[in-house]
Every structure is written in structure tokens, then in C-alpha cells.
Design a protein around this ligand. Structure first.
Ligand SMILES: Cc1cc2nc3c(=O)[nH]c(=O)nc-3n(C[C@H](O)[C@H](O)[C@H](O)COP(=O)(O)O)c2cc1C
Length: 385
């Protein structure tokens, strides 16, 4: 249970950390969308371990194989199945942890629920599962770009106590190339260097650090989402908090906004570019109002805890409930943030692709050109007798 996300653009992932392969099945993707393995591989390469000194040295090629749903470089409308085979498995790395629960990892809760656990990296709780999400997210990225001109960019905003200065990165213009220019995936080189030093210092101490990923989705037209349980920000929150090690979610000003007055926080509405169009004049609400996209950039943040598996001795219990000490072995990320960036993007892309199709199914075409309501109404008037 719980391995699927989305209603119309529906993704199911499968596979465990040290199984022979993992992957995803994407249902509902419209036909005739250009798609090939290279598009999936580009996104997967950003999540892959071993990209820099700041991530785990585990070697996972993460080469995607498209098994179905694509013919001659275009989607067919059939389920798209992607498989990623596992290489460089070293189950012996986990031998010492087979009977001992890692504090802050899923070992204890898995055992409590299922009565067994896969000590080789955490089974379904392993962040390796996120490779399947990134593959599915690459399909969603293509759909959103082709159909609606939407682009999604995430970056590292904080590591440990190193923060970007306010305004140091402009969400309206930041690009994936800016983000990937530093190994930390922070587009401000000075802050990125300080973040890298914080990660190195934690690793040297046999320890780990957490941080914050920020994301912008540009080009989302007004009206995507739903007003009650499936508010756009509610679906995004669920998607983001489903990422391993995610511990907090904010949209727009988030928790800081709770300390402002309405006169400070409210985004004025101003005329948009097209005749009759309206848009927010600033973006403290983060691009949604009443669960529906407002046409402004969608802005959100995800907080990640420090990696749980660390080399330092930690107090814990074994499977028999006896107190013990664990000094974890294996090759772990001293900070998950640089590799979490493409995963955060993937989750946003999946939610947005689903809401694009849902909006089209209920209201007509997603991209309306002129004033959104007038545009949709025009479409409806063409459909109705
Ligand atoms: C990209 C990424 C890489 C991760 N790498 C590791 C790792 O090397 N070692 C580890 O213990 N946890 C790692 N995690 C986090 C664990 O998978 C996660 O903490 C664990 O499954 C428990 O789930 P929870 O933190 O959501 O409660 C990573 C998470 C992400 C998003």
C-alpha cells in the first residue's frame, strides 16, 4: 500500500534498496509526448550517488531502461514502465547493523510494523527508492514543459547554520545550470563554499548535517488545484513530506509569514500582461490562493534532517530490546541536501502534472493565453451547444 501518487498522472514505484532493480510505472501520461531514455538519464544523473566529495561514494549508475509506453521517441498513452538496475551492492556493509536499530532511521519502526526488516540499506525506506521518483518526474517535466511551458527549479538554501542571505538567489530567474554550478547545488558560490565546508567538517567528525531545499515552479497558470482536500499546496506538502528525511514544509513565507501583519503579508493583485489578466504583485503567499494556483511563481521549501546513519557511537537498542552502542559502517551521505534537490523537483513535477491533467479534465485546456477565467469560459463555450 501507499506506493502510488496522483489521480490522473499516476505513479507507482517498486523495488528495495538492495534488490536487483527498482523502477516506476507512470499511468495517464498523454500520447505523442517526445520522451526517451536520455531525458530520464539527465535527471537521474543529478540524484546519483558519487557525484562529488560531498555525497556518498556508493556507485549506482542509475541507468534507466524504458520498458513500455514509448514508441519511436514518443509516448503512446500506455503505461510507461522504467527499470533501473542496481549495481555496487555491498550487503556486508550492513552486517553490523543487522541486529541493531540505527537511531533516526526506519529500522525500528519497520520491524515493529512488519516483524522483519531488510538490514541492507532499509528496504523501501531507503532513499534509493527516490531514483524511481526522479525517473517519473522526468516524464512529468516533459509533459509540463510541452503542454504548459512550466519549469521547475530547486536549490539548496541552507546547510546546518549556513543560510543564503535574503535576495541572494532570485527565484524568478535562477536556472538549473546555476544550481548545478556548485557541488552543494546552491547557486550562490560564496554560500555554497561555506555549506561545503560545513558538510566536510561534519563528515570529519563522523557526523552529519541537515538543511533546507527551496523550489520555484514558473509558468503555472491560475486555477490549478482544488479548493478543499486536494488543495495544490496540500498535495505538494504530502509529496514533499514523503521524501526520506524530509521534516518540514513551507509555502511562500510559511512560518515566518505567521509573524507578519496582513498589510505586510497580503500580495496585491495587479494587471497581468494579457488584456484583462490579473496576477499577484509580490509572492508572499507562494503562488496559491484557496488551494488554486494564482499565476505567480509557486514557491516552497522543504527542511531535511541530518543523515541518520553516522560513524559516531550512538546509544540504541538491538532487536531483542537490549541497550547497545552503534558505530555505523557503510557509505553514507554526510548531508542529503545536494542529492535531495532533484528529488524535491521530481515530487513537485509529479503533483503539478497531475493537477495539469485534472484541470484540463474539469475546466478545459490548461493554458488559456488571455485572462484565465475568460479563456476557460471561451473554451467551454466552444464545447457546449
Ligand atoms: C537523497 C537522499 C539520500 C539519503 N542518503 C542517506 C544515507 O546515505 N544514509 C542514511 O542513513 N539516510 C539517508 N537518507 C535518509 C533516509 O533514507 C531516511 O532518513 C530514512 O529512510 C528514515 O526515514 P525518515 O527520515 O523520513 O523518517 C537519504 C535521503 C535522501 C532524500
Amino acid at each position: 500500500m501507499g506506493s502510488s501518487l496522483g489521480r490522473l498522472f499516476r505513479v507507482t514505484t517498486f523495488g528495495e534498496s538492495h534488490g536487483p532493480a527498482l523502477g516506476c510505472v507512470v499511468e495517464g501520461c498523454p500520447p505523442r509526448l517526445p520522451l526517451d531514455e536520455a531525458a530520464l538519464a539527465r535527471d537521474l544523473a543529478r540524484r546519483r550517488p558519487g557525484q562529488s566529495d560531498l555525497t556518498t561514494p556508493r556507485r549506482e549508475d542509475d541507468r534507466p531502461r524504458l520498458l513500455s509506453g514509448v514508441f519511436e521517441g514518443r509516448t503512446t498513452g500506455a503505461p510507461i514502465a522504467v527499470v533501473i538496475e542496481s549495481v555496487d551492492q555491498r550487503p556486508q556493509d550492513y552486517a553490523a547493523m543487522a541486529q541493531v536499530y540505527r537511531p533516526s532511521h526506519a529500522d525500528f519502526t519497520y520491524d515493529a510494523k512488519y516483524g522483519h526488516r531488510d538490514p541492507r540499506g532499509g528496504g523501501r525506506a531507503s532513499a534509493r527508492e527516490t531514483a524511481a521518483r526522479v525517473a517519473a518526474g522526468a516524464v512529468a517535466r516533459r509533459l509540463l514543459a510541452e503542454r504548459a511551458g512550466v519549469e521547475v527549479v530547486a536549490w539548496v538554501e541552507a546547510v546546518a547554520d549556513v543560510d543564503l542571505a535574503p535576495g541572494e538567489v532570485d527565484p524568478l530567474t535562477v536556472t538549473a545550470a546555476d544550481v548545478d554550478a556548485t557541488p552543494v547545488r546552491c547557486p550562490a558560490p560564496g554560500a555554497a563554499a561555506r555549506m561545503a565546508a560545513a558538510i566536510e567538517a561534519a563528515r570529519a567528525d563522523g557526523d552529519s548535517v541537515g538543511g533546507v531545499v527551496a523550489l520555484v515552479a514558473r509558468g503555472v497558470p491560475p486555477g490549478w488545484g482544488d479548493p478543499v482536500f486536494d488543495k495544490l499546496e496540500a498535495d505538494l506538502a504530502k509529496a514533499m513530506l514523503s521524501i526520506p528525511a524530509a521534516r518540514g514544509f513551507e509555502v511562500g513565507r510559511g512560518f515566518a509569514g505567521a509573524r507578519l501583519r496582513g498589510s505586510q503579508h497580503n500580495d496585491p493583485l495587479v494587471p497581468g500582461d494579457a488584456p484583462g489578466a490579473v496576477r499577484p504583485g509580490k509572492h508572499d503567499a507562494g503562488g496559491t490562493l484557496g488551494g488554486l494556483s494564482s499565476g505567480g511563481p509557486l514557491l516552497l521549501r522543504v527542511a531535511f534532517k541530518p543523515t541518520s546513519t553516522i560513524a559516531r557511537a550512538q546509544a540504541t537498542c538491538d532487536r531483542a530490546g537490549r541497550p547497545t552502542t552503534l558505530e555505523a559502517s557503510g557509505r553514507h551521505d554526510p548531508c542529503v541536501l545536494p542529492r535531495a534537490v532533484p528529488v524535491v523537483e521530481a515530487m513537485a513535477l509529479l503533483v503539478l502534472a497531475d493537477h495539469l491533467l485534472r484541470h484540463e479534465a474539469q475546466c478545459g485546456r490548461a493554458v488559456t493565453g488571455a485572462a484565465p477565467l475568460a479563456g476557460d469560459a471561451r473554451l467551454w463555450s466552444g464545447l457546449l451547444p
